[in-house]
Design a protein around this ligand. Sequence first.
Ligand code: DOR
Length: 452
Amino acid sequence: MLLRGARVIDPASGTDVVGDVYIEAGVFQAEPLTDDQNARVDQGRTKVVNGTGLVVSPGFVDLHCHLREPGQEHKETIATGTEAAARGGFTTVCAMPNTNPPIDSPGLVEFVLKRAKETGIVRVLPIGTITAGRQGERVADLEELASAGAVAFSDDGSPVANPQTMRNALMIARNLNLPIIQHCEDPAILGDAVAHEGWVSQRLGLTGAPGAAEESLAARDIELAALTRAHLHLAHVSSAGTIDLIKRAKDRGRKVTAEVMPHHLALTDEWLLGDRGSDWPTGSEYDTNLRVNPPVRSPEDVEAMAIALRDGVIDAVATDHAPHAWEDKAVPFGEAAPGISGIETAFGLLMTRLVHTGVIDLPMLITRMTIGPASVLAGVPGLGTFSEKLGPDVVILDPNQEWTVDPDEFASKGKNTPLTGCTLRGAVVATIVGGRVVHGEKALDALERVGG
Ligand code: DOR
């Protein structure tokens, strides 16, 4: 197939051109075509379709998602989670280890890899726990987890609160050249908070916690990472104050990286009042689909996230795709399981809220969803770099296609999105992993034929 007049954005090689993209047996090639390919097109042996308005880029990499297998297959499985990832344009996803049991032994890492091979349709990279049983005290056998294939370590869902445990874990991970991913919410400050502390939480009578709950732990761990010369990666950064800490650490040459989630880039705590902004229909007050850790924060925090993403203080967008069952959310706000099923809406939401509003441009968004996250995994052999040319993992995007979020249409078992009924501008047309179309076969077939 020849996609005529598509825009190729490949941050790895700095490519941003409009031209023809040749796709054969899953191999993508931007111009110039070879003589043989030209001959095939001229002789009508290759289907030629109108690619005007479409964008071809490397597939997205998600540093942070929850596939719930083993143990919570009623919420998600590796099969459904990777199908959801493919629909979201992600060709590689890192699976968080807060499963049941948690991924704290090499056998469990191998289990995830095996299930991914058997049932997954995108690449799955397992993350191992930092502590045994995710209990926050004794460091798990990180060497063994790494040997089995873990690409990073995290107790995500809970912070490692004990500083001595964190120091030990950082020391071991430094020797393995792998990142420690911290869930920064200081339990002592957090208490039983379920929302961001501010006028909205006061008005709704919800217990709130300030951004300081995140900042205090981030500050501590940045110092511990400096002490141990380890790589610290801060998960789901949400508070403006944390940005200042990351910037200072990076300016001093420390090995600190960070990710931000679409909901912390696009949703404010005012959504808890039902106010989803002027473009979208009013939501419901106390929508439990907005219960997430860390919480959606103030408009000032949200703005700071976008600027930090643009400026590279934050390295990557990750989704924190956290599917939950209906009954986990059909309860009072404070009792709802935290998490948003977000992997299928990530690109559309960020296009709508960041790119079409002019906050960042499309190549920058793609950078932060591809080489940004890949660089966080640079310590893993074979990862961290993208090839100079478009590789076998590719996504085809329509930056202007509008669609309205309906969770019943999600591939994910998790229907817990606060975006129901919101129209997004920006869609994933097709996703190709290792040369195989894993999403969008029909959409590719339906492209207007202009030759061949
Ligand atoms: O809201 C969240 N949900 N935050 C986390 O860190 C964990 C996640 C989950 O596993 O559901």
